[in-house]
Design a binder for this molecule. Structure first.
Ligand SMILES: [Zn+2]
Length: 476
């Protein structure tokens, strides 16, 4: 791994440029959705018995040439084959992405306005769908059709030039931007993503320094220093050494919650489709952006605080956040068929608090900074970590009363969350010691090699929420 980072700047496009970029995003979204639909259709065609004719290319196809499969083996197997020395086909099938990329000139011929978009941007757009499919095969949700709210960006991989406070983007020309921090020496721009946010356009430059060798984690000895972190809502983090980090509750504190409610109400009271409604909606969006920015900043600070502790290993909870935020089961009265109270209205508040805390993003940031400093992150099963007595091992719900932990069996007491953090630390220690005893230093090396990079934007929900039909389409 080379030294890779993202630097984000705010762009200052002129009116033509910003109109054009908005136009591009719309076009790319419809291309993305078309490609996704195309892959789903092609996949379903393989269940038709016998050979069929591909409507688009008019070539004969058979179930073997289906578009989407786990290995990515798709398309016309007889075209574009390369042969190695022994005469075996080396790359007999092309991936769905490859086929859709080669079909791009046809798209431009049929819809000439697509020629306005830079060709590498179009290609990256299809690769984005490939990534979505890759995520799906790794167990995340099925790729979703995008709408205006979750498709706001496009990516360049070539032809970007920088000069002072101007950046050159192919087909868009030179554009000014707020050069808020200089790119360090030795770095080259690998790619850039242009993203529309509430208050304008931003660019995220992916920069790389090849001269720096990969981060090497320190080898762990048999007795490493481990710190346990317990993530929570009243306090964001409890560390096993007693240190606490506040949770500012950016969107669920009283003031922010009230402001949000008022601004949202102002939108809903305006006439649908009116300019005033649009203006009010922009105000809501800006407020959301502000909250998000604050949360990001606080998470980086928190992650830095955790990672800069004098330890070798950071133990985190392996949380299933989407599972925690699931809605309560529907309760129905069997006689009358009426819906009964199921506790969802109470759960809603908790769900809001969980998503406001942003544990998932925080964990990613901790992991990213830890790799940078050569520290190891271990994820630990957090089951019963705050109910288990650290003195006698008794697990009972009634051990815990808010912040207090009093064991009902032996009377042992301490701060509940700090106790949980200590339990997490001990479990991590067990993993480290167990591994080093069983497999020797190589296992630790493998543990060290875990490399995780944070995503700038939360992917939660972007590929989630798959319906039953989607699963059938893709998995059956
Ligand atoms: Zn006890």
């Amino acid at each position: 791994m080379k030294l890779l980072t993202n630097y984000i700047y705010k762009l200052r496009p002129n009116q033509t440029q910003s109109l054009r970029m908005a136009n591009w995003v719309d076009m790319l979204r419809s291309q993305y959705n078309w490609c996704l639909g195309d892959r789903i259709i092609q996949y379903n065609q393989q269940f038709i018995q016998g050979n069929y004719c591909d409507l688009r290319t008019r070539s004969e196809a058979c179930p073997l040439t289906s578009f989407v499969s786990k290995s990515g083996a798709t398309g016309n197997p007889w075209k574009d084959s390369k042969f190695d020395k022994e005469g075996k086909a080396r790359n007999p099938r092309r991936s769905a992405g490859d086929i859709q990329i080669t079909a791009l000139p046809e798209l431009k011929a049929a819809r000439p306005w697509y020629a306005d978009v830079d060709s590498t941007v179009l290609q990256q757009n299809i690769k984005r769908l490939d990534t979505a499919y890759k995520n799906f095969f790794e167990g995340r949700g099925f790729p979703k059709f995008k709408n205006r709210s979750n498709f706001t960006s496009f990516t360049y991989v070539m032809g970007i030039k920088l000069q002072g406070n101007k950046i050159y983007l192919p087909k868009l020309g030179w554009m000014r931007f707020y050069n808020s921090r200089p790119i360090p020496n030795g770095f080259t721009i690998k790619a850039c993503t242009v993203r529309k946010r509430q208050n304008g356009w931003y660019i995220s430059l992916r920069i790389e320094d090849k001269s720096v060798p990969e981060y090497s984690a320190k080898l762990l000895n048999n007795n490493p220093k481990v710190i346990g972190c317990d993530l929570g809502i009243t306090k964001l983090v409890h560390l096993s050494d007693g240190y606490q980090i506040e949770n500012p509750k950016f969107s669920t504190n009283k003031k922010a919650y009230r402001t949000l409610k008022i601004r949202q109400r102002r939108v809903s009271r305006k006439v649908k489709g009116s300019k005033n409604r649009k203006k009010a909606a922009i105000r809501v969006g800006r407020f959301h952006q502000k909250i998000g920015d604050k949360r990001q900043a606080h998470q980086w600070k928190t992650a830095n605080k955790i990672v800069s502790r004098n330890v070798d290993v950071i133990a985190l909870e392996d949380l299933n956040i989407s599972g925690m935020m699931r809605r309560c089961k529907v309760k129905v009265d069997e006689k009358t068929g009426k819906f009964l109270e199921n506790g969802q209205s109470r759960k809603r508040g908790l769900n809001r608090a969980i998503s406001d805390a942003g544990w998932g993003d925080l964990v990613l940031k901790v992991a990213y900074l830890a790799v940078k400093q050569g520290k190891t992150v271990i994820k630990v099963n957090p089951k019963h970590s705050s109910q288990e007595c650290r003195n006698c091992g008794n697990i009972d719900k009634s051990n815990r009363d808010g912040e207090k932990f009093i064991c009902v069996e032996c009377g042992y007491h301490e701060h509940a969350d700090i106790g949980a953090a200590k339990t997490i630390r001990d479990r991590a220690l067990k993993i480290v010691r167990g591994d080093s005893a069983k497999l020797g230093p190589r296992a630790i090396e493998a543990l060290n090699a875990q490399k995780i990079s944070p995503r700038s934007k939360s992917k939660r929900g972007e590929f989630g929420n798959l319906s039953n039909q989607d699963i059938k389409v893709a998995k059956s």
